[in-house]
Design a protein around this ligand. Structure first.
Ligand code: GLN
Length: 537
């Protein structure tokens, strides 16, 4: 028996629908149910790969190389499951396949329409994921806000699913913002009421309403939401502000959310086991010692651009009973001389060189890397961070003036980072990104090997350029250790310096943050946080 929970949003976007979805799934998982989660993004992009992280937040990369919405990261971290590119459905994908089908003549001369053809394709994809995941319950989060034109075909599709799958097998949860009026401190429920009305107008009656509010709902506000939302009062919950997002499942469970879902879907109630999760949350909240980490990048204003990295650092910190004190450093400011590298980096415990694309901020990052290397401050470089560490090493240790990545300087005399010969002809077809999980062989005796305690590991990737093989022996002769290479093709995956020379200097072409989980921190992040917390004790 397959069950579906559809999560809609009201009033505003970014109210934490993704966290509520992940939390609802967590409460079912804690009761022994097999769950999976899908994110629907009602935009015309086929995937998130082409979207600017500054506007849209991080592009989350799945094991199979999907470039997806960051909510998939929340699902993977909360549930400790591995999702695929199919778990992120966009309008672009739906239209693309319907139009291709039409061109192949598969609609047999019919007029192709939003209802039923687009909605059929939406339902087909949702069911396909439920099937593939072998899930007892599939949660489907519909991005955007109820009332958006873009979202209508999806809402229509899930409305149809209620009839087709049956009342007991489908549930609608509406998540909406309850603002607090500054002058009176009053919780205002009118926006929620209106967004529920909007839903009901298109034929969806929510079964539960989760109010997103700074504080727990007052009885009066709860009463009003229930009355106008047409649900019983015990179907109204609050996702109020908590110290860590990982606490949300716990506060919702306390309000009876898990039990309510179980009853509503006619599942068998079982004793939830949230003990390890609660213990993790307790440790997040009681770790007091702060470890200051400089985050050096160019989208430092929108923290969502680096959400998996932030979470990976937090998982590692919690394991070590410390907390991360983030110091955001805009690389362009270093470049423009607005800030001095020694002023920002001399009193941090460690620094992370963030991934990125393009020229802006590059020289600032390179300058920071040099400072971290020379002053023996723990450093972790991720993807572009590794590439620029190689550039810095080539320039300042190997003495290769003007060394660069061809991404930034196509005419550099020393292209230490470049497209590989075999990639060059592919460029013409566009599909040049190396995406998803690949096997990496770690070299025995290196720090990377010790951290993973394994010879073969799998990490996810999202990049185009590589360390130029022609410079590898020269880099090694000058002390840079290549501690990991891709199993196929021998591409450089990890670099490091000997621990006798630097307490922690590690960089990787991969994105290990995507596989970090609460209670299972990613090895490079854990090693980095450990080294950072040992500095300036
Ligand atoms: N811009 C670099 C590349 O494409 C690094 C990408 C990244 O940091 N994700 O290779």
């Amino acid at each position: 028996m397959k069950k579906f929970i559809f999560i809609t949003g009201g009033v505003l976007s970014s109210v934490g629908k993704g966290i509520v979805t992940a939390s609802a799934a967590k409460l079912l998982q804690a009761r022994g149910y097999n769950v999976t989660a899908i994110k629907i993004d009602p935009y015309l992009n086929v995937d998130a790969g082409t979207m600017n992280p500054y506007m849209h937040g991080e592009v989350f990369v799945t094991e199979d190389g999907g470039e997806t919405d960051l909510d998939l990261g929340h699902y993977e971290r909360f549930l400790d499951i591995t999702l695929t590119k199919k778990h992120n459905i966009t309008t672009g994908q739906i239209y693309q396949s319907v139009i291709e089908k039409e061109r192949r003549g598969e609609y047999l001369g019919k007029c192709v329409q939003i209802i039923p053809h687009i909605t059929d394709e939406i339902k087909r994809r949702i069911r396909e994921v439920a099937e593939l995941s072998q899930a007892d319950v599939t949660l489907v989060e519909i991005g955007g806000t109820v009332g958006d034109i873009e979202g209508l075909p999806f809402l229509e599709a899930v409305r149809q699913m209620r009839i087709e799958e049956g009342f007991d097998n489908t549930m609608f949860i509406h998540v909406a913002l309850v603002p607090i009026l500054e002058v009176t401190g009053e919780q205002k429920t009118k926006p929620v009421q209106h967004s529920v009305q909007e839903l009901r107008r298109i034929g969806i009656q929510p079964d539960a309403i989760v109010a997103r509010c700074r504080t727990p709902l007052e009885p009066e506000a709860k009463y009003k939401i229930a009355l106008y939302g047409n649900v019983p009062e015990d179907a109204v919950f609050t996702s109020y502000n908590v110290e860590t997002i990982y606490e949300v499942p716990l506060i919702l469970e306390k309000q009876g959310f898990g039990k309510y879902i179980i009853h509503r879907l006619k599942l068998q109630e079982r004793q939830p086991d949230l003990s390890e999760w609660a213990e993790f949350v307790r440790r997040v909240k009681t770790s007091t010692r702060k470890v200051k980490i400089a985050m050096i990048g160019k989208y430092t204003k929108l923290k969502d651009s680096y959400i998996s990295i932030i979470e990976a650092l937090r998982h590692a910190a919690t394991e070590l009973n410390v907390r991360v004190d983030f110091e955001w450093v805009e690389a362009t400011y270093i470049e423009e001389g607005k800030i001095k590298v020694e002023n920002v980096l001399s009193n941090v415990n460690g620094a992370l060189i963030l991934p990125g694309f393009g020229i802006r901020g590059v020289e600032g990052k390179i300058r920071a890397i040099q400072y971290l290397r020379e002053n023996k401050i723990p450093m972790l470089g991720i993807c572009f961070g590794m590439q620029l560490a190689v550039v810095e090493y080539a320039r300042n240790v190997l003495g290769l003036k003007g060394a660069h990545t061809t991404e930034v300087d196509p005419h550099t005399p020393h292209p230490v980072i470049a497209l590989l010969e075999e990639q060059k002809h592919v460029t013409k077809f566009g599909g040049t990104m190396r995406l998803g999980a690949y096997a990496i062989v770690l070299r025995k005796g290196t720090m990377a090997y010790k951290l993973y305690n394994s010879k073969i590991i799998y990490e996810r990737h999202r990049h185009r350029y590589e360390v130029n093989p022609q410079y590898i022996s020269m880099l090694e002769e000058h002390g840079l250790i290549i501690s990991g290479v891709s199993k196929v093709g021998g591409r450089v995956e990890f670099i490091e310096l000997n621990t006798s020379e630097h307490p922690f200097y590690l960089a990787t072409q991969a994105h290990p943050e995507f596989k970090s989980r609460p209670m299972k921190p990613s090895p490079p992040y854990l090693g980095f946080m450990k080294a950072a917390s040992e500095r300036l004790r």
